[in-house]
Design a protein around this ligand. Structure first.
Ligand code: AMP
Length: 436
């Protein structure tokens, strides 16, 4: 049976990533890793597929609704990880207090969310995150915020970067005082998380349905204090003991991050989409970029919920795809410089010689390639080398092989050099900046 072959595309919200992009991606990744490692974090990796129960009721409505959930062949309900904090908390809980505290772990991994694809919102995306487990001091939250800030600086986005900071217990404290049950609180928070994404009147209507108009107004009054000093929130929360306590904590975190030069903006309506936060919450922004590049917060109950010893924890995750996009849009890495050596052959029978020479150069740490296709003129070979960004072309002919002298053309300056065999490696090394 014959059938017409249709091109098979990637699934909606999934991407193929090409070499130019991947070079920027790996560069951003390595910069962020070095920020984490300099602060004493060590890498962990957990499974891509987890039991569904790991996330059930812990993530909050938004993340849960957008999870990739399916049955495996053994009839178990499993999920592709939508984030990694839950796995890290589970992993920590399973060590049952054997580790010295605080534990500092980081990860770089792909996440999956079945969301409506839109600009910079994918169904598979990458996060680099750090978790600080076993410390509840304001300075531990401040350090986690600093990891986000330092990452922005490290990739060249420091100028426009700023942090939105809040403590989610300010809002929760108000809801608790009003006796709003936990499940309704989650829905209120989901609405608040939509502030700035949908119209304020829509958010107001959504929350009013849950807790009434007056309380909604009071709650949303917080949003108006954006960018103010935390002390200006005092009068709003004085009737709510838990909110007061949260505000005091927020002030300490705020002072600590400001003291190390981090640009920070108090955002009293910031609650974040995840349900497990119990204190500090924050998001990383860059001016003129309409979405968050990262976010995080404190989750003091999660480890105990996974059966571990009650342990305070705080963490962040950065959206690598969004950071790479911002870096590329701003041309931060500049044009790539030419590198390496391409060996073109004058006649087909010299290909095996070209292969041997390429291998020799590779063993010397010099990036090199040779003509593999055959049947191409010298000028076509040179054109290919030029397009792919090679710095030098060696034209390998019978005369060169017999005389032991190579004709090396510099595609940057268009100069041509005759280099004796014995000097070739040193000549190339002296001209090429990068060695592998
Ligand atoms: P979250 O903890 O959900 O706020 O995610 C942390 C960071 O991951 C966000 O600030 C984004 O930069 C990134 N992120 C979250 N969801 C997506 C997505 N669907 N596509 C691309 N990046 C995302």
């Amino acid at each position: 049976m014959t059938r017409t072959l249709m091109p098979i595309r990637t699934l909606r919200g999934f991407r193929d990533l090409l070499p130019d992009y991947m070079e920027d991606f790996r560069w951003v990744e390595s910069r962020v890793r070095s920020v984490f490692e300099r602060a004493g974090y060590r890498e962990v990796l957990t499974p891509t597929v987890e039991p569904f129960e790991l996330y059930e009721e812990k993530e909050g409505e938004q993340v849960e609704q957008s999870m990739f959930v399916f049955e495996d062949k053994g009839g178990r309900r499993v999920a592709l990880r939508p984030e990694l904090t839950a796995s890290v908390a589970r992993l920590f809980a399973s060590t049952m207090g054997e580790l010295k505290l605080p534990v500092k772990w980081y990860y770089v991994a792909n996440m999956f969310r079945y969301e409506e694809p839109q600009k910079m919102r994918y169904r598979e995306f990458w996060q680099a995150g750090a978790e600080l487990i076993g410390a509840s001091t304001p300075e531990s939250d401040a350090e986690i915020v600093a990891l986000g800030w330092d990452s922005m600086r490290e990739v060249g986005l420091g100028d426009g970067a700023f942090i939105r900071l809040n403590n989610v217990m300010i809002v929760r404290g108000m809801l608790d005082s009003w006796g709003v049950p936990r499940d309704v609180q989650e829905r209120v928070l989901t609405w608040m998380d939509k502030l700035g994404k949908v119209s304020e009147s829509e958010v107001e209507a959504g929350i009013s349905e849950l807790i009434g108009r007056d309380r909604t107004r009071e709650l949303l009054g917080l949003a108006e204090l954006e960018g103010k000093d935390p002390s200006e929130l005092e009068s709003l929360v004085e009737r709510y003991p838990k909110s007061r306590e949260a505000l005091e904590n927020l002030e300490l975190v705020y002072e600590a991050v400001k003291a190390v030069g981090i640009r920070v903006r108090i955002t009293p309506a910031l609650v974040r989409g995840l349900a497990y936060y119990t204190g500090t919450v924050f998001e990383v922004f860059v001016e003129n970029v309409p979405y968050a590049l990262g976010g995080g917060g404190r989750y003091d109950n999660l480890i105990a919920e996974y059966g571990g010893p009650s342990t305070p924890a705080t963490g962040l995750s950065l959206g690598l795809d969004r950071i790479v996009e911002a870096v590329r849009e701003r041309g931060i890495r500049g044009p790539r410089s030419r590198d390496g050596v391409y060996i073109a052959v004058v006649s087909e029978d010299l290909r095996v010689r070209a292969f041997a020479l390429a291998q020799r150069l590779r063993y010397e740490g010099i990036r090199s390639d040779f003509e593999l296709r055959g049947g191409r003129s010298l000028s076509k070979q040179a054109e290919y080398a030029d397009k792919l960004g090679w710095r030098f072309v060696i034209f390998l002919g019978r005369r060169e092989v017999e005389k032991g002298v190579y004709v090396v053309k510099d595609l940057e300056s268009w100069e041509q050099h005759e280099v004796p065999e014995a000097e070739l490696v040193n000549f190339l090394k002296s001209k090429l900046t990068s060695s592998l």
